[in-house]
Design a protein around this ligand. Sequence first.
Ligand code: 5PN
Ligand code: ZN
Ligand code: ZN
Length: 268
Amino acid sequence: MSDTKIYLLDGGSLVLDGYHVFWNRGPGGEVRFPVYSILIEHAEGRFLIDTGYDYDHVMKVLPFEKPIQEKHQTIPGALALLGLEPKDIDVVVNSHFHFDHCGGNKYFPHAKKICHRSEIPQACNPQPFEHLGYSDLSFSAEAAEARGATAQLLEGTTRANSTFEGIEGDVDLAKGVRLVSTPGHSIGHYSLLVEFPKRQPMMFTIDAAYTQKSLETLCQAAFHIDPVAGVNSMRKVKKLAEDHGAELMYSHDMENFRSYKTGTQFYG
Ligand code: 5PN
Ligand code: ZN
Ligand code: ZN
């Protein structure tokens, strides 16, 4: 069996105001940030963590986030760079269901799907301030029906092929691949810790900390359901990364992303 490898699938970029990236701290002004998905090649299968945003969805619902996404930054395009197709993915895990993490789920009707057990009910019935975050419902027939948005569903998306296994707490997806429960940003948010046979572990904060500065200053994004839980989750991520000697990887940090390996380059 081959050793664990991680590929980052570049998913393009979006724009937010600095006060949304750094809640109550700023500075304000346009911040362009990357979106990417995490492909784990593992002896137990191919795992994809998150699926980026759908360009047409963002142009329709959040055009003010000014999406830039080339063909090689779509999910099929990014997989094609690696000689892969969506059907080669065994398991799709969503860290949470904000639109910039589930837009490509539609390409994986065949895959096993996993998420926190509270995230689908939340996408079905979000708080008033969460509607924009949970606006792409193409990942779930159940959520689209609950929100009266079945028009978003691709033909062929059914309840049966968009059903998730619900989990809670910290869960080992496979040997050395751990989903770390980090609620606050969303109700059932997960971060990810991956260990390798031959290299330093990697801790993906995902949206518990958009950027390095976010984690260093314990400053979360303006989008959250429970800011106190969010700060505690940042402390948990920091401590786990320290205890494991893990390299920290941030979800939406353009400066760091420029040095991340993408395309055919990999970690492992
Ligand atoms: C990128 C982005 N834009 C808007 C929202 C939101 O309303 O909740 C989460 C989120 C985002 O990640
Ligand atoms: Zn999010
Ligand atoms: Zn995000």
